[in-house]
Design a protein around this ligand. Structure first.
Ligand code: AMP
Ligand code: MG
Length: 427
């Protein structure tokens, strides 16, 4: 019988270590994610989130015909002869403010003093701005106030028609749209106090290693600080996830298993450390016994070992322990996964074309993500300067970097002046 076509992880629990290119690994990771279910959130909490349903206007915007200016509502025909030297004089029969309910009708030959946003009186077809009138004008017959109009109004002058901006029934925002502040205003103006969006994923972040200690504790001999929890947690939060820090697991089966169990109800578990070839790298063994996890060697630098699979039903991304390797791998694999769960169509990073300012060696056929600072050059492409030591554990150069410049696998040496692409680190 012929073998079925081999998926990437055929028998993950028996997976052998294999070398994968970044794009294949990413494709495989992404195939495990889909937009999360939709929830209704108050408008102000929806900025940057992705709409899960169209929003249709239930009312006209504006809902009624109103004045666009402070001035006098008139019939344009009654001002047809007005000029600066020979103004039309009209009796003012009423005042109308914004929000006023009972608005008297305007009869021919009359004016009504009106404020911006107030309903236009029936019978009026134009508003003359205060600037083109004289309100201190003479008192007319029978002691009635009058206004002098110095310019002939045309019908519809300074009048906002009902539905002029949005007609009832119009779709004001479509599903899959990423909500920006103006969209929220639009949705509010058609009467919706909340929107249906894809919910934020819960991302559980777990550090591993007997040597790793939380900041704030006294360092014991041979121990280091946990920096990964904070870099990875902050990145996930910046990308739109709700983050739970699970802490630091010791390299023991019991502790690792316990912490992973604690994280199981998350939408994504992110671990760091314990997936390389070290003798005490228990994580991969525990992962394999707890779920369907593959350990890959990805052709990238920094970062190479990467675990991916599921603990129960929860996807798990196992990043390398070295802080920059962990962060870069998370940018490459974690960000698109989180974006996909949030419902974003575009999961690719923001890229800028840059020119390398320094020579870079890249032997070993790995895609090299070089920490660079960007220097905008007048009239030319942006210059990318190495941001410091490029070791996989050197976090200070990542902190100093604006972007990760991509040196493709096949380029062994980058000469200064070479055009390359760089991933913008938009934290
Ligand atoms: P590992 O992949 O567990 O062998 O870790 C690789 C390197 O990263 C080791 O030097 C670890 O001490 C370091 N490392 C692992 N986890 C963390 C962490 N959470 N924060 C900072 N460094 C770490
Ligand atoms: Mg370790």
């Amino acid at each position: 019988m012929p073998e079925p076509t081999t998926p990437l992880i055929e028998r993950p629990w028996e997976d052998v270590e294999r070398m994968l290119d970044v794009d294949t690994a990413l494709q495989h990771v992404l195939s495990a994610f889909a937009p999360l279910e939709s929830i209704s959130v108050p408008l102000l909490d929806a900025t940057g989130m992705v709409l899960a349903a169209d929003v249709v206007a239930r009312d006209d915007v504006p809902p009624f015909r109103n004045s666009a200016m402070d001035g006098y509502a008139v019939r344009a025909a009654d001002t047809a002869a007005a000029t600066w030297s020979a103004p039309s004089q009209l009796p003012v029969i009423a005042y109308v403010a914004a929000g006023q309910r009972d608005v008297p009708p305007l009869r021919p030959g009359e004016a009504i003093r009106i404020m911006t946003g107030a309903p236009l009186p029936e019978g009026a077809d134009a508003v003359v701005r205060f600037e083109e009138t004289d309100e201190s004008g003479s008192v007319g017959q029978a002691g009635r106030e009058t206004v002098l109009v110095y310019r002939a109004a045309r019908p519809f002058d300074n009048v906002r028609e009902a539905g002029e901006d949005i007609a009832r029934g119009t779709t004001v925002a479509r599903r899959e749209h990423v909500l920006r502040p103006a969209d929220l205003g639009l949705i509010a103006s058609v009467g919706e106090p909340s929107v249906s969006v894809h919910r934020r994923p819960v991302v559980a972040v777990l550090s591993t290693g007997n040597e790793v200690m939380a900041p704030g504790e006294d360092l014991e001999p041979g121990t280091i600080r946990d920096s990964n929890s904070f870099v990875l947690g902050a990145l996930a939060r910046a990308w739109g996830a709700d983050v739970r820090l699970i802490g630091i697991a010791c390299d023991t089966v019991a502790d690792l298993t316990g912490r992973l169990t604690e994280a199981k109800d998350a939408d994504l578990i992110v671990t760091s450390g314990g997936v390389s070839l070290g003798d005490f790298d228990l994580v991969k063994d525990v992962l394999k016994s707890e779920g369907e996890i593959a350990i890959w060697q990805v052709r990238m630098k920094p970062g190479k070992p990467l675990a991916f699979g599921h603990i129960g039903l929860t996807p798990l991304l196992g990043l390398p322990g070295n802080p920059v390797a962990a962060a870069v791998s998370f940018v490459i694999f974690g960000r698109p996964a989180i974006r996909k769960m949030l419902g974003h169509e575009v999961t690719e990073p923001r890229i800028e074309e840059v020119v390398a300012a320094d020579p870079i060696d890249n032997r070993g056929h790995r895609r090299h993500y070089v920490r660079v600072r960007l220097e905008p050059a007048a009239g030319g492409p942006t210059l990318a300067r190495i941001a410091g030591e490029q070791g996989a554990g050197v976090l200070s150069s990542l902190a100093a970097a604006d972007a990760l410049m991509i040196v493709p696998e096949e380029i062994e040496r980058v000469q200064p002046g070479t055009c390359l692409r760089a991933i913008l680190l938009d934290w």
